[in-house]
Design a protein around this ligand. Structure first.
Ligand code: PXG
Length: 441
């Protein structure tokens, strides 16, 4: 371990931690110092079973040799090269590899460095696409309540988290929201896609009538919303959303930052759920979390719309690190690992076991809902009167003490293990969570 810093007292640490209660954390730190496969180790050497793939990103497990070696090789060979008016082979190679696993017709890939950047890039591509086709009056963007699309201004504008709206103001102009689909009065303890709620997609018709559909550029949703608490789309909901978008010439954008790269048992969530968008945002599992990277995949017709007219820069957008060589190397290593080990298929084959294991917690104290799809799941707890979120946070702390890393949002516990998880480890995750819930006040 690094001897330059003293990790026993972090109270005055320079690190302003993201999405963290800095004061709580620095009083009682939870440090991770090493990782391999399904596990982390704390600096003291305590083993922690990773039940959330880091932050929904380490889909092949930690420190996988192909990925490690690819990054090491690339760092020594070429550290950085620009992709503005220049190119390097590995970026073209990785884009090709990604297109191979994308749904039919999605053969063009725009590189970013994170999920937030992928979302903002997708929104900008949608606006620029309509302009390129002579429909510049389509400026509105429609998101959904409880949606999470990262932290940049586009993403928080279409996102549906009231915290963001309260703290950071109105955001991008011309945004409206669909209602969320979470309804435990009708759908509690659904296995997979809930039965009720397809009609909530008709909300889009209401927004079309209100704003006039010719002003709407795009609708963005997570196929399964992750940070919002694993909200699985009701049966028929995405189909209906797709139909309405198509009818009115509105682009449908999926945010597949969590659902991409095998989480739902297929390369992408759209392939599992059987409803295709027009473009989709990805990140996280794209490099197995090893180097930050994201991408927007677009339909050929969208790319083609930009390739008309006089030659010149077609899309006035990009990042210094778009297609970064280290990230591409990590990504190729990740795709090789996913493919060689059949990890997407493995996720699909474990789904029933996963579903039974998580639903076995029905009836435990304070549990008001359990939901699952692919290798994702959530356990929703009733909030403690007067202290919403405290049960979620306490469960995270207690699970960590019990050697399990989970995520929580409000009073919902979220689970998304690496796709290499063994059945015995699934049992261990939920046995530990059960004990934590039994002791939770
Ligand atoms: N879209 C979705 C659907 C996400 O889940 C982002 C965009 C943003 O990605 P970046 O790479 O910019 O963070 C995300 C990120 C959690 C949690 O615990 C989820 C995310 C990030 C941090 C925590 O639910 N998702």
């Amino acid at each position: 371990m690094n001897k330059r810093a003293d990790f026993t007292d972090l109270q005055e640490s320079a690190f302003w931690m993201p999405f963290t209660s800095n004061r709580q954390f620095k009083k009682a730190p939870r440090l991770l110092a090493r990782a391999e496969g399904m596990h982390y180790w704390t600096p003291e050497g305590r083993q922690i079973l990773d039940a959330c793939a880091g932050l929904w990103c380490v889909n092949a497990g930690h420190c996988r040799p192909k990925i490690v070696e690819a990054i090491q090789r690339q760092a020594a060979e070429m550290d950085f090269a620009p992709t503005f008016q220049m190119g390097h082979p590995i970026a073209f190679e990785f884009a090709e590899r990604l297109a191979e696993i994308a749904p039919e017709g999605f053969k063009r890939v725009f590189f970013t460095n994170s999920g937030s950047e992928s979302v903002d890039s997708a929104l900008k591509i949608a606006l620029a696409y309509h302009r390129a086709r002579g429909e510049a009056q389509r400026f509105r963007l429609i998101g959904r309540e409880r949606g999470y699309h990262g932290v940049n201004f586009g993403g928080i504008s279409v996102g549906g988290l009231s915290h963001n709206r309260k703290t950071f103001g109105p955001g991008v102009a011309g945004v409206d929201h669909l209602r969320h689909t979470h309804d435990i009065t009708r759908n509690a303890f659904s296995h997979g896609q809930p039965v009720h709620g397809a009609e909530l997609a008709d909300e889009l018709e209401r927004l079309c009538a209100l704003h006039d559909p010719s002003t709407i550029a795009a609708v963005i949703v997570e196929p399964v919303s992750g940070s919002g608490g694993v909200l699985v789309p009701p049966q028929g909901y995405l189909q209906r959303l797709r139909e309405i978008c198509t009818k009115h010439g509105i682009l449908l954008i999926y945010d597949e930052v969590i659902t991409g790269f095998g989480r739902l048992g297929k390369p992408f969530g759209s392939q599992r759920l059987g409803v295709l968008p027009d473009l989709f945002a990805t990140a996280k599992g794209m490099t197995n979390g090893a180097v930050p990277m994201g991408a927007v995949f677009v339909r050929e017709s969208i790319y083609e719309a930009f390739m008309q007219g006089p030659e010149g820069i077609e899309l006035f957008h990009g990042y210094t690190y778009s297609g970064h060589p280290l990230a591409c190397a990590a990504g190729i290593g990740a795709l090789d690992t996913y493919e060689e080990e059949g990890l997407f298929e493995r996720a699909a084959s474990l789904e029933t076991h996963w579903e039974q294991a998580i639903h076995s917690l029905k009836g435990e104290r304070n549990v008001v809902d359990i939901r699952n799809i692919g290798l994702m799941g959530a356990i929703e707890l009733a909030p403690k009167p007067g202290a919403p979120g405290s049960r979620g946070y306490t469960a995270l702390v207690k699970c960590f003490e019990a050697g399990i890393l989970i995520r929580y949002t409000g009073d919902t516990l979220a689970f998304s293990p690496p796709l290499i998880v063994e059945k015995a480890q699934i049992e261990r995750i939920f046995d530990s969570v059960r004990k934590v819930l039994q002791a939770l006040d």
